[in-house]
Design a protein around this ligand. Structure first.
Ligand SMILES: Cc1cc2nc3c(=O)[nH]c(=O)nc-3n(C[C@H](O)[C@H](O)[C@H](O)COP(=O)(O)OP(=O)(O)OC[C@H]3O[C@@H](n4cnc5c(N)ncnc54)[C@H](O)[C@@H]3O)c2cc1C
Length: 479
């Protein structure tokens, strides 16, 4: 069947000649339209996908040709990775084209001597984790969306996750990166060394840029030796102050082995340990819980150290009660209480999720302030805090108000960040969701410089337009 007959109505907004050109570049199955677009998985918090077409290149060169053609036609392009993001950064309009990295999913090389992996950007995080496990190597980034998020998406969002306290964010795991600029130029910066101060570190521009400055096509990633030992405990505490002192105590006494320090508040703990859900290893009567985990290289020695350090912490009154995982099964059961989001999404309706960061010393006051603001407006509102406290990162889950109350609920969470210099986005990015609140965390000068960089790299504003900032005006296309 010819193109003109099979195109759906939305296609009219995109030049048919451009779609033909994109088909020629990407070959068989490279361009999806119509029901193949609308029936696709829409992303974590979106209810449908609208786009004129989904373009699925296989190589960097194809990406470059696609982007150059779109740039020449002033055609907006939204890059989609694994669609696991939480801030609607991959949302599209009917007149936009999606560039999906799903067919760029090759692990090109694993180098056990240099401890690096060279990958195409569409490789799923879990696929890499599983590929390197038999080599006794591990990748430091780990997060709940591991089965769907792509390494390119992890870089584009500078993902954080569960082990930042030990290894840092995605930024620290990327040694080299290749990107296609808005005019189709390929900037290959596939550095393999930890140290390289030869001028500007250009890869950092693209990391965390949410698809607005270029398309990340390939990556060189830093690998680590797989930990041999893991020791995990769940503790309960009567105050947040106890936990912040426990964090310092463990970080110092574990000698660099502390790999996770995850907060669960009473509200979240109760949701996930309610009858018929996960088993509660500790009584649900304390305001705070934390998962403490140390990863190391000697099971016997590390287990002894772990128990001794927690024993000292108990004597110092840094927690009320604790349970140690004695098997992998225990460990999985403890982590499930933190990682399972299904029940909170079901119980808290309408469900709102937030990801903020602030100094650990301000967290107790912040949580009280947010809860007070929420209850003042919605006395029956539900609220729960959890998160990567070791990194100053809190996730806030809220079930309050109606569908039209999003902005007011957001105000309860974001406004208190002004006083403590916190960030409206610890790890999920800005996307569309957090645009109205960016000025809480970035000065006018910082935002102006970001826009200057965007204009320099994408003067026609074709890459993910309208995300992070409102759509920028562009010069009209020459006749
Ligand atoms: C259960 C669950 C738990 C999660 N936990 C965490 C967590 O602990 N920490 C955390 O940081 N995140 C977490 N996330 C969010 C999400 O997994 C991350 O933001 C992830 O890095 C997004 O990757 P993705 O491939 O799904 O990107 P997408 O959602 O597809 O895209 C995100 C952004 O990146 C851009 N993008 C994607 N690929 C590219 C590319 N190749 N080149 C240029 N731009 C690109 C998109 O345009 C968009 O702006 C979680 C998600 C889920 C579902």
């Amino acid at each position: 069947m010819g193109n003109a007959v099979s195109e759906p109505a939305a296609i009219k907004t995109v030049e048919a000649s451009l779609l033909d050109r994109l088909r020629a570049i990407t070959g068989d199955g490279g361009v999806l339209t119509g029901p193949d677009v609308s029936s696709r998985y829409p992303g974590y918090f979106m209810d449908k996908i609208e786009a004129a077409a989904i373009v699925r290149p296989r190589t960097t060169e194809q990406v470059a040709e696609v982007i150059a053609a779109c740039n020449a036609a002033r055609q907006p392009v939204v890059v989609q990775g694994g669609m696991s993001g939480w801030v609607r950064a991959t949302q599209t309009n009917a007149d936009e084209i999606v560039l999906s990295l799903e067919r760029m999913n090759t692990i090109e090389q694993i180098d056990p001597v240099n401890r690096t992996a060279m990958v195409q950007a569409g490789v799923i995080l879990q696929t890499l984790q599983e590929a390197i496990e038999p080599l006794a190597l591990s990748f430091a980034l780990d997060l709940g969306g591991r089965g769907s998020c792509q390494l390119g998406g992890n870089a584009a969002t500078n993902a954080g996750g569960l082990r930042v306290v030990r290894y840092g964010m995605m930024r620290e795991q990327v040694l080299g990166l290749e990107a296609v600029l808005a005019d189709g130029r390929i900037v290959s910066s596939m550095n393999q060394m930890i140290k390289n101060n030869a001028g500007y570190d250009l890869k950092q521009l693209f990391i965390g840029s949410e698809g607005t400055l270029g398309v990340i096509t390939r990556l060189v990633l830093r690998l680590r030796e797989s930990p041999v030992s893991s020791n995990t405990a769940l503790v309960s505490a009567s105050s947040f102050d106890q936990l912040s002192r426990l964090l310092r105590h463990c970080d110092g006494a574990f000698g660099g082995l502390l790999s996770a320090f995850e907060l669960i508040d009473n509200s979240f703990y109760r949701v996930n340990t309610a009858e018929g859900r996960h088993t509660a290893p500790l009584a649900a009567d304390k305001p705070f819980y934390a998962i403490v985990e140390a990863l190391g290289s000697d099971q016997e020695r590390d287990a002894e150290l772990f128990e001794r350090v927690l024993g000292e912490a108990s004597e110092l009154g840094l927690f009320d009660d604790a349970i140690l995982a004695r098997s992998e099964r225990d460990r999985t059961a403890i982590w499930a209480i933190r990682e399972d989001l299904e029940f909170v999404v079901r119980d808290f309706q309408p469900f709102y999720a937030f990801d903020v960061s602030l100094p650990v010393g301000d967290m107790a006051g912040y949580m009280e302030d947010v809860a007070a603001r929420l209850r003042a407006r919605w006395p029956d509102g539900r609220i729960a805090f959890l998160g990567h406290v070791g990194d100053g990162n809190l996730h806030v889950a809220i079930g309050a108000g109606g569908d039209d109350d999003r902005h007011a609920v957001e105000g309860c969470v974001y406004e208190p960040l002004r006083q403590c210099g916190g960030s409206v986005s610890a790890e999920h990015g800005i996307g569309l969701e957090k645009k109205p609140w960016l000025s809480i965390s970035r000065s006018a000068e910082e935002q102006a410089l970001m826009i200057d960089i965007k204009r320099l790299l994408d003067p026609n504003n074709i890459l993910n337009p309208g995300k992070i900032f409102d759509r920028l005006p562009v010069a009209p296309r020459a006749a």
